[in-house]
Design a protein around this ligand. Structure first.
Ligand code: BDR
Ligand code: CA
Length: 311
């Protein structure tokens, strides 16, 4: 089967970095056209440099990296150094990237790429949705070049930044609203799924056992990452969010979900950034997203360990 044309939009971030490694380790399945970065877990200057560090680590300097929006559409930027550390990739010692940043900013590149695509492109979004929202506003025609959007974001249950909201949606709820209302084929992988994918000691040990620079970097980051998340949410071990998007594209059989009507709260104070999902869509209130609900966590870690072992 031909490799799937893919663009990853992200804010690395430890779990973004692990997701990038999983994609970079899967050249037979993905034709990774580019990585676009956005302000989120840490400011843009760090997310774009971190994406280039990860490409260097994976020896995939053939993948171009673009810097996108430095702040959300309307709100001030909220970052998450408490989870990812001040560098965004706490726990790994990675040299300055040799891969240069592309001169063209991410949004015009997305528009150019999506409007000239020979075959529709899959978008994996792992951070706040600012880049895609701006591209959709500037050029709604990009929708024709999009095969599907698979996003890490949202929650049917509790949030992780506020009781109501998940980080990626909370940081830029207005952008999320633009994307969710664009009528694109959309799959949501939210906290309901990613909180099932936790980095137990045995899973961490399997990555460590790879004994490679990639295995060491991944294990180092994961040892540090998410402990706060774990404590806050009473989980058995820290959750791994963004790699679920890439794993879904590789192995959709590891997930189950159903169509729902998805909307984003942008007005409220208590519920700002809430993903409001109607699990019982009707002809009058139709579904606009496939929302994942369950995941085979053991399968995800087996896939991750097997693929990272190839780098
Ligand atoms: C999301 O927020 C970020 O901190 C992670 O990278 C992930 O994309 C989880 O809520
Ligand atoms: Ca992220």
């Amino acid at each position: 089967m031909a490799a799937r044309p893919l663009i990853i939009d992200c804010d690395p971030g430890v779990d973004d970095a692990i997701a990038l490694l999983l994609a970079l380790a899967s050249p037979q399945e993905f034709d990774l056209l580019g990585i676009t970065t956005v302000a989120g877990n840490v400011p843009l200057a760090l997310t774009q440099a971190n994406a280039r560090r990860i490409c260097h680590l994976a020896q995939r300097t053939d993948v171009p990296v673009y810097a996108g929006c430095p702040r959300p559409l309307l709100r001030p930027l909220t970052t998450a150094e408490d989870i990812h550390g001040s560098t965004g990739l706490q726990g790994a010692v990675l040299p300055s990237p040799t891969l240069p940043l592309q001169a063209q900013p991410a949004v015009p590149w997305l528009i150019e790429r999506l409007t000239t695509a020979a075959a529709p492109i899959t978008l994996a979004t792992l951070g706040p949705l600012t880049n895609l929202a701006v591209a959709l506003i500037q050029c709604p025609d990009i929708a024709q070049g999009i095969e599907q959007v698979v996003m890490m974001g949202g929650s049917l249950g509790s949030g992780n930044v506020t009781p109501a909201a998940e980080f990626n949606i909370y940081v830029d709820p207005h952008a999320a609203k633009v994307v969710v209302e664009a009528g694109l084929p959309l799959t949501m992988i939210g906290l309901d799924v990613t909180h099932q994918v936790v980095t137990t000691a045995a899973r961490l040990a399997a990555l460590e056992k790879l004994g490679t620079p990639v295995g060491q970097a991944a294990a180092g980051m994961l040892r540090y990452y998410g402990q706060l998340d774990c404590d806050r949410h009473g989980l058995e071990a820290p959750p791994l969010h963004d790699p679920c998007v890439i794993a879904y594209l590789l192995r959709p059989d590891l997930f189950t979900g159903r169509p729902m009507g998805l909307a984003i709260e942008t007005e409220g104070t208590l519920c700002l950034g809430r993903t409001v999902a109607n699990a019982f869509p009707t002809a009058l209130a139709p579904a606009n997203a496939l929302v994942m609900e369950t995941v085979n966590a053991e399968g995800i870690y087996a896939l991750l360990t097997e693929r990272l072992g190839k780098l």
